[in-house]
Design a protein around this ligand. Structure first.
Ligand SMILES: C[S@@+](CC[C@H](N)C(=O)[O-])C[C@H]1O[C@@H](n2cnc3c(N)ncnc32)[C@H](O)[C@@H]1O
Length: 431
């Protein structure tokens, strides 16, 4: 396999790519490294490869002409990739796919990067090695070359090594141990010394599942899991962000379609569906708020039918869901209730189907930010009936969550759907 490396510092590669198995693969011709020093293609007396960016700003840019000439000098460039923090993140799946290529050209940027027009001239794929900024593309190119080369047949000597590793099955790898089996009282797990391969495989699978759930729960949704895996995961202790999330459905003050402040009636369907979401996602609680006495009485009657009355006998699951619901006058009463239960004052966040276009409005709260809030403290997330929460409620919130489908103009979900989608985005199965 041939890697063509375009760089203004080709000597950078000498040491990392000559060590260990990588060095051996280069020596025995499994991997061929073709260094192209971009400086050799620079014109003028100064042979300069960089220049100042149009529009100002700090730093210098690599110029187009030496890059184009350097690329033209490669007879069989194959796939042309440029290391860039703007690129698609490199993944194990992509390294597998790249390992079947004959030629790969890697362009390494330096300074502020490369004149953008290079992307208009060649079909270049941008690839990133992570959400951080390096000084140059060379370190990223080394990562890519190593990750791809080690998947080539004969690179490692034993062909199954690549199959068992982290990410190969969508899970992190299990821990390994070697001799001595007792290091100052730290012993190697008994099962690994027993020689029972069925048990060893099961132990390894379980450790992989545990490590993934605890350290990279974000990759679990894509992992191929058996029913046994899922049963095992269910019993593991995990951070349950849902416990800190409380939702409120406000029936007053909300606005109607003319933007006027109104009260909206409590509905049976909202109470049922939102309490089921609250129970399914293990939320701290669900408050339905209305200051109107006969509405509160109606809601309480509904609750008691499902919690204690005939409904609870006919459908105990629903009784369990309704145990999450409380009816209060307003969100202040809900806040006090959470404080009494948890000893902490909850942070208040609101939801809206519309973007907050008030002058100097803060950028909308993201789901990720709110997930961070949930790691530390209880949060009361408020939903509105009618055409949404009145200004006086929105104004009290510390943040307003970004609308669902914020890139589209039709955004008229029922509050029940909005609650289900929002809670799922925040909590999902793995948190
Ligand atoms: C200082 S960086 C330029 C950063 C650029 N101004 C930006 O903010 O996106 C110089 C070069 O390092 C490489 N580089 C930096 N971070 C990288 C990353 N995370 N993945 C891949 N390449 C990276 C790229 O080749 C880039 O052109």
């Amino acid at each position: 396999m041939n890697f063509h490396l375009l760089s203004i510092f080709p000597h950078y590669f000498e040491s990392p790519l000559s060590a260990g198995l990588m060095g051996r693969a280069v020596e025995n011709g499994l991997v061929n490294l073709d260094y192209i020093d971009v400086r050799h293609f620079a014109g003028g007396i100064h042979k300069s490869v960089d220049d100042r960016p149009f529009g100002g700003g700090p730093g210098m840019l690599l110029k187009l002409d030496p890059m184009v000439k350097a690329l033209e000098s490669i007879k069989t460039p194959g796939r042309i990739m440029m290391l860039s923090p703007r690129g698609k993140p490199l993944s194990q799946a992509q390294t597998r796919e790249l390992s079947t290529e004959e030629d790969i050209t890697l362009i390494c940027g330096r300074y502020e990067g490369i004149d953008e027009r290079l992307l208009d001239i060649y079909p270049i794929e941008l690839v990133s090695v992570g959400d951080f900024v390096l000084n140059g593309g060379e370190a990223g190119a080394v990562c890519l070359i190593e990750a791809v080369s080690r998947l080539l047949p004969n690179f490692m000597g034993h062909e199954d090594s690549g199959e068992e590793e982290s990410f190969s099955a969508g899970l992190l790898e299990y821990p390994h141990y070697t001799r001595p089996d007792d290091y100052d009282g730290l012993t190697v797990p008994e099962v690994l010394r027993g020689g029972n391969h069925g048990k060893i495989n099961q132990w390894r699978r379980e450790r992989s599942l545990e490590a993934t759930l605890s350290d990279r729960p974000d990759i679990l949704p894509e992992a191929l899991l058996t029913v046994e895996d899922i049963d095992y995961l269910r019993d593991l202790p995990r951070t349950r962000l849902g416990r800190n999330l409380y939702i409120a459905l406000v029936h007053y003050p909300v606005v109607n379609k003319f933007g006027e402040k109104v009260a909206v009636s409590v509905t049976n369907l909202d109470l049922h569906d939102m309490s089921r979401v609250a129970r399914s996602y293990g939320l701290g609680g669900f408050y339905a708020t209305t200051p109107i006495e006969d509405q509160k009485a109606l809601a309480e009657k509904l609750l008691s039918h499902w919690k204690e009355g005939a409904g609870s006998k006919a459908n105990p699951d629903r009784a369990e869901a309704f145990s999450k619901v409380k009816i209060f006058d307003d969100i202040e009463a809900a806040i006090l209730d959470i404080e009494t239960q948890t000893g902490q004052c909850p942070r208040l966040a609101a939801t809206s189907a519309r973007l907050d276009r008030r002058k100097e409005a803060e950028p909308a709260l993201t789901y990720g930010e709110m997930r961070k809030w949930l790691e530390k403290a209880p949060v009361l997330l408020v939903f509105g009936t009618g055409h949404g929460l009145a200004e006086e409620v929105l104004g009290k919130a510390e943040g307003i969550l970004r609308p669902i489908r914020f890139l589209d103009d039709y955004n008229h979900l029922s509050v029940r759907s909005a609650v289900a989608i929002t809670v799922d985005r925040l909590i999902a199965d793995e948190f």
